[in-house]
Design a protein around this ligand. Structure first.
Ligand code: ADP
Ligand code: ZN
Length: 728
């Protein structure tokens, strides 16, 4: 019987620790246990068990914890994640474990009440109302009964004390109702039907004979409004029919009410959802349900990737190109890439869906590493919107305004026709910079190297990096001059001001993540836009993606060039994707749509590609230029971000790292350079960039380099970002 177990602990530790297995206890890899660590007790997972004579000197395992064990593929995923991202193995484990707090563990039973037939001692009107409701014999919770009867809870309690009602334990509510794969199949268009059959044909033969075949990764590429969702729903239905589980990853799960409703129409029930907003008790029940195979479909944010599915039969990554899939703190991982890895480990098909795939995925499809299914046209014969440029050098807005006359006229015509217009600007707040006209002072965050953004609604100047906020002063804090601060440039709030002046009697709504009232209110607002209850929507990227607004026929892009000037190697790709997505919101209903794009560079290749509607050419050129520059996916990148409380310390550590780099053939190390965001939350930041040829083992080089490099001392931190998506 194994006497030693290596336990991996979900803390920033690289190795599993050995513990003695107490006599009579049988443990297997994946079991969740409690172990002593230093002076305290902690939770860990059995990584390996062995027969070892030295076992008696080890501290013993305290006991087993009731939690679903980690399956072998999930443990392999943890190992893989740590190896790839260079994160400590324990940190990778923490993502798959996420144990609930003590209070949430264990099931508290729900209590229902019912009539006993015994009349109450004092038949007050309130008491009689309760008994009248309870008289139907149905079982209710106490507060539900009180609510229905319109009385306070104490009346119900009084009746229980009296013996007229009795409390009974109810069966726990199921954590998710089973979706019915054949609930309601919407008739698919011919193109959709073909795509769905191709998808299922590619995905499922591997399960047929059990042993043979490797499950594929499939790019499902379809223009905006082509009906990709219905297509992959058929694959989800097939997975469920075969008794497998399916996971659908979404970039912004908190806002997907529309999507959940569509799922319910197709499958009869809403799916289980998984994101940071759900409570820890529900989270634990869901984990258990997923591990037991009782939960068939989960729709989740990137962390759902680490759920303990017992029989995963399909993973869908919707909007696979989205930057939100990259986690930028802690373990720097890309959920789309990890979904492909998990698919490989579970031998389960993975579908990557997008109207504007990432260059990486596109290249993988072209090279035949991924299968490729294309929906080239919109559903129902609808046309893609016509897109025109407004050359801001020729068609200038009036002084102090941001909407070109052409765009104003188009908005007017649209709302006069009874349709909706969307004005898109990817800038929250009122103005991105505030300065004093008297002394020239610019208001800057005290913790970060960023300008403070004016939020007029909150009457505050806010840092979008760290959240620092101060009241917008009446007099300049530098020179004391009154009423001389001036906002520079527009944010969505400022556009709203302009639009309200232009169209005073129209219903205008501003949608950004600053929307007061949180995700719940925002969902309601998005729904009201979809229902046609407003004329003009002004929004950030929040409204650009995924939503279906059937009344929307005009999209105006206020500053198409905004993202093109950054030093990010993906600037062109990102801008193209965002503009395709946002212009793709127009004309999804019965009427055709159009888009007007305000730009100072109508000849820029990205803008030109957008205007011509020639995505193929854009991809060809972008792929060619990535290849020529040796950038991903034709080469590999990693970033090291060195930060410290003092600028000199951070810089010195970065330089010491650079001196130790000794890059071999095929590896280039650039920097240290001050990061574009040189200061965040009071920490100074320097960046090093590693660029290698594709064949180089980047991780092995990084490990070797960091091993030789300077020791991390004091408050210095070195963050490792493999395949960086952000270069700030
Ligand atoms: P995409 O995700 O490709 O942009 P969607 O899946 O959101 O497109 O579909 C676009 C619109 O077309 C949605 O309003 C959807 O309800 C509708 N639609 C798609 N397929 C069908 C179908 N087979 N029958 C009826 N409506 C459909
Ligand atoms: Zn700040």
């Amino acid at each position: 019987m194994p006497s030693v177990a290596d336990i991996l602990i979900p803390l920033a530790l690289d190795n599993a620790y050995s513990y003695a297995v107490p006599a009579g206890v049988i443990l297997a890899p994946g079991d969740v246990v409690q172990v002593p660590l230093g002076p305290r007790e902690t939770v860990g997972v059995v990584w390996q068990v062995s027969e070892s004579p030295g076992g008696s000197n080890l501290r013993p395992i305290t006991g087993r914890i009731e939690a679903p064990p980690l399956s072998e593929p999930l443990r392999e995923l943890v190992d893989w994640l740590a190896r790839y991202t260079l994160a400590p193995k324990g940190s990778a484990l923490a993502m798959a474990l996420r144990l609930p707090d003590e209070a949430a563990r264990g099931e508290t039973s729900r209590i229902g009440v019912r009539e006993t037939g015994k009349p109450p001692a004092r038949p007050t009107p309130a008491r009689m109302k309760v008994l009248a409701v309870a008289g139907d014999g149905a079982m209710r919770g106490k507060s539900a009964l009180a609510r229905e009867a319109g009385v306070s809870l104490s009346v119900v309690d009084g009746l229980i004390d009296d013996g007229a009602l009795e409390a009974v334990a109810l069966a726990p509510e199921p954590v998710a109702l089973p979706p019915d794969p054949d609930h309601e199949r919407v008739p698919l268009s011919e193109a959709q039907d073909q795509a769905a059959r191709d998808l299922i044909g590619l995905a499922y033969p591997v399960f047929e004979d059990g042993a043979g075949g490797k499950a594929p990764t499939i790019l499902l590429e379809g223009v905006t409004g082509s009906g990709k969702t219905e297509v992959y729903f058929e694959a989800v239905a097939e997975a469920v029919r075969r008794g497998h589980q399916a996971l659908i990853l979404m970039p912004e799960i908190a806002l997907t009410a529309q999507f959940l409703d569509r799922f319910a129409e197709r499958f009869g029930v809403r799916p289980a959802t998984w994101h940071s907003g759900i409570g820890s008790r529900r989270r634990e029940r869901l984990r258990a349900g997923v591990a037991a195979g009782e939960v068939a479909v989960v729709v989740g944010a990137r962390s759902a990737l680490f759920l303990p599915f017992s029989d995963l039969g399909l993973v869908v990554v919707d909007e696979e190109h989205e930057a939100a899939y990259k986690q930028e703190d802690g373990v720097h991982y890309h959920a789309r890439d990890m979904a492909v890895v998990r698919g490989r480990l579970e031998n389960c098909p993975v579908v990557l869906a997008s109207a504007t795939p990432s260059i990486e995925t596109k290249v993988n499809a072209e090279k035949g590493r991924y299968a490729h299914i294309v929906l080239p046209e919109r559903f129902g014969g609808r046309r893609l919107p016509d897109i025109h440029a407004i050359d801001m050098r020729l068609d200038k807005p009036e002084k102090g305004r941001f909407l070109a006359p052409l765009l104003v006229n188009a908005v007017r015509a649209t709302i006069e026709a009874g349709d909706q217009a969307l004005l898109f600007l990817n800038r929250r707040g009122y103005a991105p910079l505030t300065l004093c006209r008297a002394c020239g002072h610019r208001y800057q965050c005290r913790n970060c190297s960023t300008w403070l953004v004016e939020h007029r609604f909150r009457r505050a100047l806010v840092c979008h990096q760290c959240g620092y906020a101060e009241r917008r002063p009446d007099a300049c804090t530098e020179c004391g001059t009154f009423n001389n601060l001036t906002p520079c440039g527009p944010g969505v709030e400022r556009i709203a001001e302009e639009v309200t002046e232009l169209f005073p009697d129209k219903r205008v709504i501003v949608l950004s993540s600053d929307f007061p009232g949180g995700a719940e209110r925002l969902r309601a607002e998005l729904q009201s836009v979809a229902d046609g209850e407003c004329d003009i929507v002004i929004g950030t990227q929040l409204v650009a993606k995924g939503h279906n607004f059937p009344h929307l026929t005009l999209v105006g892009v206020l500053d198409a060039d905004i993202g093109l000037t950054s030093g990010d190697p993906r600037a062109a790709e990102r801008t193209f994707q965002l503009l395709q997505q946002v212009t793709g919101r127009a004309g999804r209903g019965d009427k055709p749509g159009r888009a007007l794009v305000q730009t100072y560079q109508p000849d820029h290749p990205v803008i030109a590609a957008l205007l011509s509607g020639d995505a193929t050419r854009f991809y060809e050129e972008e792929i060619a230029s990535r290849e020529a520059a040796g950038l991903p996916p034709f080469g590999r990148l990693a970033a090291l971000i060195v930060s410290a409380n003092e600028r000199e310390v951070a810089e010195a550590h970065g330089q010491a790292l650079a001196r130790a780099a000794e890059p071999p053939q095929g590896v280039m190390v650039l920097g240290p350079a001050e990061a574009p965001l040189a200061l965040i939350r009071g920490r100074y930041r320097f960046r090093l960039l590693v660029k290698t040829e594709r064949a180089v083992d980047l991780q092995a080089y990084l490990r070797d380099w960091l091993g030789r490099g300077p020791k991390v001392r004091g408050n210095v931190k070195v963050a490792i970002d493999v395949d960086p998506q952000s270069f700030l």
